[in-house]
Design a protein around this ligand. Sequence first.
Ligand code: SF4
Ligand code: SF4
Length: 137
Amino acid sequence: MEKEKEVLKKVREFMILNLEIKKLLKELNFEDIYEEYERVTKILRKPNIELYRRLYNAVLELEYNGKKRKEIPWFPRIDYDKCKNCKKCVEFCPRGVYDIEDGKVKVKYPYNCIVNCNACAEMCCDNKAIIFPNKTI
Ligand code: SF4
Ligand code: SF4
């Protein structure tokens, strides 16, 4: 389990570092190099999602501010009265939180969600079908 947790931590560090480098490249107007880093981000998206899904048991045990992830109630819920089943959230989430089961979008890996992030709720349809807790943690 320790190795699994270590891999996930490194993936997270890598993603944060990649974001920080891209931000600096933008500020320096190094568009061509920025594009290369963006390409790497896209290439790694699928394997990263696969890791977060395959190592879900280790995700549950990861610690944030002294608490295990499985003890932190931060994840999306879908209001199926409003959901259009457009599947945009499945494409959008970099952690593979959403998946399709029997043709229907589900929150299959809730604890893969980045604590205090609600980016997918903003991107969801006008109906606001994705719900997060009211307060950040
Ligand atoms: S993006 Fe919103 S409307 Fe589309 S499938 Fe996801 S929850 Fe449903
Ligand atoms: S907030 Fe971010 S990490 Fe969490 S489910 Fe939405 S897109 Fe995925």
